[in-house]
Design a protein around this ligand. Structure first.
Ligand code: ADP
Ligand code: MG
Length: 375
């Protein structure tokens, strides 16, 4: 019998503020969220990242109480939430459309929930002033939503969401309504405001860049399941599976089998690469097992001369150069047919080391620059 940990509702680990245990959501037999367990710390900005239909919004709606999980438990600050309706949860969800009341001013929008709660006039005024200062909208307090830019509307929506001091802030695709330039500015602004207010935040996004820049940790989702949880750099540098490696950033994948599997190194061998690929750490695998080796394009070097290292190098031909301004991506074709990408930072104008289309080159990388993926 297997001894894998069961999803017990009380199994909160010490530093978990928000704890999900075995959460599952079915719609007429279709499993939208599949056995999700997560521990989220107080003050985190935690991102649920995944493609369309991976179950991110459904999971967020379970937290908010708009969906009732088919199984599993959700606890926040020691309180099990499952039986509570949305309005009794100490949670606020900010919608992508912001859902601001169009006929109310900025300050009236922010005050709305506080009035509903029956707070005294003075207390409301003080809290609204605090929120206006937090999102730097003091000067625009009397304006109506249609007199504000997209970014300003978002700040008001955020102020309104935070006014009642929720324990948990939920954001579903918060930048969805903004254009690209404003988006990256608002990402940083939003992080600043969330950090200042010290609220714990779970956000949903399909945009890996957004998750990377905003989140303290990311849960990568596929088909309702969590494939990997980690800090942005953990997921980027140490993806635990091919899906994670390919979802975030671009990556070179070499397919092969495990050659040697030792404590301090492992080799990957196969027809795609002319020599064994040497990785300077052990894995849990067996010789002959099918694996993939993954290395990021910025870790792959292109040189005209043969590198001095014994491993992790191959001859190839430059087939394509894509210019992106800040960097260029070189595509190098190996005799096996495998195409590898290498990033070249354009730090000086017109400097690309004199490499051009059709050049015969070497590609190489260091022992610790790639990872072996067993799944
Ligand atoms: P995401 O936010 O990651 O794009 P969703 O959580 O919205 O994904 O949806 C996950 C899956 O669940 C999708 O296949 C979607 O069609 C399905 N789904 C979501 N809500 C419902 C619903 N109310 N009824 C039936 N199926 C639903
Ligand atoms: Mg969604």
């Amino acid at each position: 019998m297997s001894t894998e940990p069961a999803s017990t509702p009380q199994a909160n680990s010490n530093d978990a503020y928000l704890s999900l245990q075995g959460v599952r959501k079915e719609f007429d037999g279709f499993v939208a969220v599949d056995n999700v367990s997560l521990d989220i710390r107080k003050g985190e900005i935690f991102a649920l990242l995944g493609g369309s239909g991976s179950g991110k919004s459904t999971l967020l709606r379970c937290l908010a109480g708009f969906e009732k999980p088919t199984a599993g438990s959700i606890a926040l600050d020691g309180q099990v939430l499952n039986a509570l309706p949305p309005y009794q949860r100490p949670i606020n969800m900010m919608f992508q459309s912001y859902a601001l009341f169009p006929h109310m001013s900025v300050e009236q929008n922010i005050a709305y929930g506080l009035k509903q709660d029956g707070l005294k006039r003075d207390a409301i005024a003080a809290r609204v002033a605090e929120m206006l200062a937090l999102v730097q909208m003091e000067k625009l307090a009397r304006r109506k939503p249609h007199q504000l830019s997209g970014g300003q509307q978002q700040r008001v929506a955020l102020a309104r969401s935070l006014a009642k001091g929720p324990k948990l802030l939920l954001l579903d695709e918060p930048m969805g309504a903004l254009d690209k330039k404003l988006r990256s500015q608002m990402q940083l602004e939003l992080v600043g405001i969330i950090e200042k207010s010290a609220v714990t935040c779970v956000m949903v996004t399909h945009d890996q860049e957004e998750a990377m820049t905003m989140a303290t940790r990311i849960a990568l989702m596929e088909h309702g399941r969590i494939r990997q949880v980690g800090t942005p750099d953990e997921i980027y540098e140490s993806p635990n599976c091919r899906f994670a490696a390919e979802f975030i950033g671009s990556v070179n994948i070499v397919e092969g089998k495990i050659g040697e599997d030792e404590n301090d190194h492992v080799t990957v061998v196969g027809a795609q690469f002319p020599v064994p690929i040497y990785i300077g750490h052990g894995i849990t695998g067996v010789s002959g097992q099918d694996v993939a080796f993954a290395v990021r394009p910025e870790k792959v070097w292109i040189t005209k001369d043969e590198p001095r290292q014994a491993y992790n190098k191959a001859r190839g031909t430059i087939e394509d150069i894509a210019y992106y301004g800040s960097h260029s991506i070189f595509h190098v074709r190996l005799p096996s047919g495998l195409k590898l990408q290498s990033n070249f930072a354009n730090q000086k104008r017109w400097d690309s080391d004199g490499l051009t289309w059709g050049d015969a080159v070497w590609v190489s990388w260091d022992d610790n620059d790639g990872v072996v993926l067993t799944a």
